[in-house]
Write a protein that binds this ligand. Structure first.
Ligand SMILES: CC(C)(COP(=O)(O)OP(=O)(O)OC[C@H]1O[C@@H](n2cnc3c(N)ncnc32)[C@H](O)[C@@H]1OP(=O)(O)O)[C@@H](O)C(=O)NCCC(=O)NCCS
Length: 166
């Protein structure tokens, strides 16, 4: 992480961000138009950041926040820079922003086959609260819905995950 810094994403970052987006999410990459739309809502309901090292963008993440609820929209780290804490730094920034905006809960969706991302979220206090079957297309992979309460406390409920969606 030495030398890595986080800063707000701007439209000037879009070419580099889109290159990473297409590498990391080859099946369902966001379009430039979608990302522009997200940035256009900053700072009202959105907070997007990039991680930069020596002028190169090595990761990015975005939060949507409205009405006391926040959603992790995306989080991504260049393959050659994964496993160095950049994802954790990006997620920390999104959760800090959710706190600054007074969000009572933060939600996200993660592919059921994305173990690495799920581990990261669990480490940060996210718990499974739902399942969207065959949410990702064309692969047909399920989405797991996860939620984090303000101090990372587990939800009240039944079963090992506290959730009751099954
Ligand atoms: C999910 C993702 C964002 C995580 O980013 P990352 O930068 O690799 O995350 P971190 O480095 O903070 O943590 C990942 C692992 O590295 C380890 N790690 C953290 N800092 C480290 C360091 N300095 N040195 C070595 N390992 C480290 C962590 O313990 C963690 O281990 P684990 O996965 O076995 O639990 C990244 O893998 C990614 O972009 N994946 C593809 C896109 C994607 O799936 N996004 C999520 C969509 S929901």
């Amino acid at each position: 992480m030495s030398g890595v810094r986080l800063r707000a994403m701007t439209a000037a970052d879009l070419p580099a961000v889109l290159r990473l987006e297409r590498r990391l999410f080859p099946e369902d990459a966001w379009s430039e138009q979608m990302l522009r739309g997200e940035l256009a809502d900053q700072p009202r309901t959105r907070h997007y950041v990039v991680a930069e090292d020596d002028g190169a963008i090595i990761g990015y993440a975005g939060l949507a926040a409205a009405g006391g609820q926040a959603d992790v929209q995306t989080i991504a780290v260049a393959p050659e820079r994964q496993g160095q804490g950049v994802g954790a730094a990006l997620l920390t920034e999104l959760l800090d922003e959710a706190g600054r905006r007074g969000a009572e809960a933060v939600f996200l969706e993660v592919r059921a086959d994305n173990d690495r991302a799920r581990r990261l979220y669990e480490r940060f206090g996210f718990h499974r609260v739902g399942l969207r079957r065959r949410y990702y297309q064309p692969s047909g992979v399920d989405a797991i819905v996860m939620r984090r309460l303000p101090d990372g406390r587990p939800p009240v409920g039944f079963g090992p995950e506290g959730g009751r969606d099954r």
